[in-house]
Design a protein around this ligand. Structure first.
Ligand SMILES: C[S@@+](CC[C@H](N)C(=O)[O-])C[C@H]1O[C@@H](n2cnc3c(N)ncnc32)[C@H](O)[C@@H]1O
Length: 235
């Protein structure tokens, strides 16, 4: 059954729209253990290439051919790439949009998941299912460029306790169950997966994808350049 996002659930969209219109914009991330965090809002989603981190700039060097940007937000990466003459399709719209990602074989050469959007995979199982689907949709030498955040690079007791809670309930430590709030808008609860490098490699095993290299940053976030294994093995 397809669930269409209701307008009052589009907290991301409303936050981005507010910023675009010069209004106050912020983002409250609420986790299912009651932990709250606030970001400064959508400014980063409108940032230009010059403002990006060196990790992000480096990631752009790997972009090749026809590009699919999953969870493109306000489209800062597609806009940058378009100016370079790259053929790029950005998708976003609803919290359920990623489930609908299904294109014909050989449709893309690069899949972009920037802004920690590896998280959109949601869970170990869902990640493997989607990675196999991405394998079919892409060309022989395709790459996935995905950003994430290593959950273990923290000393915040609230986060460490949450990892423990997750493991007890059979989830990955960094399988965050969150919802986004902006003003009166509240998204649905959704799973957002943050993983260590080792966990990412474990997820990729058997999907036909493997890590080509990691791009590190000065903080806990990193970018993975993921390539196709040859020959494809489904073991
Ligand atoms: C953290 S923002 C990153 C935006 C953009 N990639 C960037 O770096 O500026 C995450 C984006 O993913 C979108 N999103 C959330 N769930 C999604 C899903 N299931 N499928 C596609 N996009 C989704 C949100 O609407 C939001 O725009």
């Amino acid at each position: 059954m397809k669930k269409i996002m209701k307008q009052e659930e589009d907290a991301y969209g409303q936050e981005v729209w507010a910023f675009y219109n010069g209004k106050k914009s912020f983002e409250i991330v609420e986790r299912d253990d009651g932990y709250f965090d606030a970001s400064s809002g959508s400014r980063v989603y409108f940032s230009s290439y010059e403002e990006w981190s060196s990790k992000e700039k480096k990631a752009m060097e790997f972009v090749n051919g026809r590009v699919l940007d999953i969870g493109c937000g306000a489209g800062r990466h597609p806009l940058y790439l378009q100016e370079k003459g790259v053929d790029v399709l950005g998708i976003d719209i609803s919290p359920l949009a990623i489930k609908e990602v299904n294109f014909k074989p050989n449709s893309f050469d690069t899949i972009l998941m920037m802004g920690n959007n590896f998280g959109l995979f949601g869970s170990f199982k869902k990640a493997q299912r989607l990675l196999k689907r991405f394998h079919k949709m892409t060309s022989k030498n395709a790459l996935i460029i995905a950003e994430t955040n290593d959950p273990y690079k923290t000393d915040n007791p609230a986060h460490l306790e949450y990892h423990e809670l997750n493991r007890k309930r059979g989830r990955m430590s960094g399988q965050l169950r969150i919802r986004i709030r902006f003003g009166k808008y509240v998204s649905r609860w959704f799973d957002y997966l943050i993983v260590s490098k080792e966990e990412m490699k474990e997820i990729l095993r058997g999907t036909g994808w493997t890590v080509k290299r990691f791009i590190d940053s000065g903080d806990s976030t990193y970018t993975a350049i993921i390539e196709k294994e040859t020959p494809f093995s489904n073991s």
